[in-house]
Design a protein around this ligand. Structure first.
Ligand SMILES: [Zn+2]
Length: 106
């Protein structure tokens, strides 16, 4: 009985299912982006460091900070927003060096 089962076992060994779980509508990216950019829009011309941006947008999960960072990288090429790597945060006054500061351009 045991041997028979071992012989038939390999028949399904190649069955690997890869699936993605969508945790929320944020998965599309667009909703997340819009949400994050709305927070910047509330204070046009003000530099936001990542923690301030996240707090302003109400995005407190650690992975959200990573997403904001990626979004900031894309904003570099947008006309409406500015990105810098060093300066003073307009919200908390922290001196930022080698990190992200973003603002909606005035
Ligand atoms: Zn700040």
């Amino acid at each position: 009985m045991a041997l028979w089962r071992e012989r038939t076992g390999p028949a399904d060994h190649g069955c690997i299912i890869i699936f993605l779980i969508a945790p929320s509508e944020m998965t599309s990216g667009t909703a997340f982006d819009n949400y994050a950019l709305t927070a910047l829009r509330a204070h046009p011309g003000q530099w936001h460091c990542l923690p301030c941006w996240a707090r302003e947008a109400g995005l407190n999960a650690p992975e959200d900070t990573g997403r904001l960072r990626m979004l900031a990288g894309r904003l570099r090429f947008s006309r409406e927003h500015e990105l810098t790597r060093a300066g003073f945060c307009g919200r908390c006054g922290t001196m930022i060096k080698d990190d992200v500061l973003v603002r909606e351009g005035g």
